[in-house]
Every structure is written in structure tokens, then in C-alpha cells.
Design a protein around this ligand. Sequence first.
Ligand SMILES: [Zn+2]
Length: 464
Amino acid sequence: MRFLLSLVMAIPLTGQTYDVVIANGRVLDPATNLDGVRNIGVENGKIAAISAAPLEGRTRIDAKGLIVAPGFIDLHSHGQTPEAYRFKARDGVTTALEMEVGVSPVAAWYAARRGKALINFGATSGELPARMRVMHDTGKLLPHDHAVERASTEEERREIRDLVRQGLDDGALGIGMGIAYEPLATRTEVLGIFRIAAEHKTAVYVHMRSGGPVEPGAIDALEEVIADAAVSGASLHVVHITSTCIRETPQCLEMIAGARAHHLDVTTEAYPYTAGMTDISSAIFSPGWQARQGGTTYSDLQWAATGERLTEESFGRYRETGGMVAIYSIPEDIVRVAMTNPMVMIASDGIIENGKGHPRAAGTYARVLGRYVREEHVLSLMDAVRRMTVMPADRLGLKNKGRLAVGADADITVFDAARVIDRATFEKPAQYSEGIEYVLVDGTPVVNRGELVEGVLPGKGVRR
Ligand SMILES: [Zn+2]
């Protein structure tokens, strides 16, 4: 009896006991520009209280001296496996979305992850996977043969459009398009896909037709998709602006700003690295790739499986078999152009398989916060967090994510601004970031005191 009494006494008379309380952290909410010490109460997967006064919780996280931010939303995460989700969580990401390539069929993809995911997941209705299926292409993530080597027939185009529509009806978050990977897709065909996005009042997430300085290059490609957005009324999100536009990145960003100033809904993103990565057997490496990649050569390519730099001979060999290769094509000052521009969202474009891949899969968010915010003062902490949270949430039309507000989903990342840093490198990509101390997904801790929590799978499918 005395024990019970003392337990009751411990609870403030006015208060409630929350599932989780994150106490005394410096709360950053870019949606409202809140930057102050607060306590956050989480109940049933939602943020139930944000208070300067103390709160009581069954689980208490001491966040004194730490930053409490909305969980990061990665718009461009090809890695959609338990392995990939672990690296994302340790990098502060609570929602990882496959928006560029997308998936098809959509319903089966979501069903396969239901109840089995560490973090929230979602995808676009993918035009590329639909095309690969309809045209019987044998590639895995990206087209490899039939969808590259010949144009689609009218019947195939109808089937592709039907699959894309079906994916949207099944809840996909928009349409994904990789025009560079389907070089024989005509301008009219691409516009047809934008029209479907417009019908469904959503966006096309696009890897543009061409990049770099040699015409037809980045500028032509951006003109194509901006025109498609203007003509159709669809929204447009241009993926990885730096790896596509390379030295033309400032001009590309100016064009996007101009389109926005004239009331088109156009957004973009970048990752904080000087190399991209893609499949060596894809159309990106068809003859003339060196000029299209801004003057790169064989030794600018690094084979992900071994870390070796390529020669003309090894390039030819690996192009036959296929596999992931890093391309050192993005100058550091161009990375900084993107990091400096408040319009550019942070997105990883990452994929990691059996510990092999690009370090961006594991380190994108901690690298921006550690290297570009803390060490080099390229952008402010609030600006960085905004571009990782509320900006992608708004792009997706998700009112309950990307913000710390009462009623919002309790996806929360707590990090040490003085220590946060990426550890993943091109040689050893499978290294967790440091300084991400606590991560909550739907109110459940998945990272606790800087370590992954075992045996929890709170991630939910995010749909339109
Ligand atoms: Zn891409």
C-alpha cells in the first residue's frame, strides 16, 4: 500500500503518464521555427505534448544537451531491405522512400514489408519497372536489354500506362521515372506519364534524360521535364541535381527557381558526395559516357564490390556482367552549391547490399550535419533539418510527418550536434554514422543510446 501511494505521488496531479517522454532536449521544428528546450510526450505513436514544463513517461529519454528533430525523410532510398533500414535508422532516417525508380506492382511491394520493417517505407509507382515487365527486360533494378535496345510499341505503352495508374490507385506516393535508363522513350511518351500524374494530382520524380555539359545535356533535359510539368499540370521533382547537372548545377538550380517563380511546382534534391553510383550495364554507360559525365574517364570509376579503379579492359568486362560502380564526376564546389541552396532537399540515393554500395546509403544525413553544418558552416542546423524533414514531407503532401507538433506521427531523431558524423566511406561503406543517439519510429525507439534496438519492427507503409 505504501508502495502504491508513493508511485501515485510521483505523478504530477495535473499530468498524464505518456508512453515515452523525451526530456530537456533542444527541440528544433523547422515547420514553426521552434528552437528551444522542451519536453515531448509520446502516446500511441503520436506526439501528444510539447511542453516547457516537465512531463512524466513510462519510458524517459534524457535528451539534455541533444538536438530533438523530426525524423529524417529520405525521398531517394533504393535500399529497401532490413539491412538498408538498419543503416538508415543509425543515420537518423525514420522514413525511407523509393521514389526515383519506384516499384511495380505496388500493392505486393507494400504487402511484403507490412509488419517487417524497422522504419517507415514507401514508393512511387515506377514507370521503369512497369516498362521492364511489359518489355520483358532482364535487368534487376534498372533496364539492361529489351527496354534499352528497342522502342516500345503502342500496345506496350498502353500496358505501361495502365500499370502506372494501377500503382497510384494502390496508394503509391507519385510516379517514378528514369528517362536516362530508357533512352528510346520518346518525348511524347514521357509527357503521357506526366499527364497521369496530373490526373492523380501528384508529382513525377525524375532522373532526367541527359546530364552534363554536352548538348543534349542537363539543360535540354531540364527544359524537357519543366515543359512536361507546365503542359500537363503535374508536379515535378528532379532527383540528384548535382550528379545529373554536374558543372551546370548552378544553371539548373536557377532554372528550377525560375519555374517556381512562375508558379510551377518544381523541387529538387542532392546528396553530399563527390561521386554518384549506378549499374555499369545500364544505358548511362553507352558510348560517349565520358563526355556526358562532364569529362570523366575509366579511372574515375570505382567498382563497388572490390573498391578497384577501372581501366578500359576491366570496364568492358564488368559492363558485360553488370554491377554497381561509383563515378567520381561531381566537383566538391558543386556539392557545396547544392548544400548552400535552401531549395535543395537532402536525399541519399543509397543502396547497400551485403555491406557493399555507396557510403551515401549509410552516411548522408550525419555527413550533412557533421561536415557541412558543424565543421564547414556551409548551412545552418535549422536549414539542414528543414531540408531533411518538413520539405520532403510537404513535397509528399504528408501533413503528419516531418514536424514536431501535437498530433503528428512520433517519428523523432535525437542527435548530438557536437559529435554527429558519417563513418561510411567508398572503401568501407557499411559503417554506421555516429552521434545519432535516439530514433523513434511511430513512437517506438529503434535506436537507443546510439545502438540499434533488437526485435522491434514499428515501420509502416506510407501511402498517398
Ligand atoms: Zn538516378
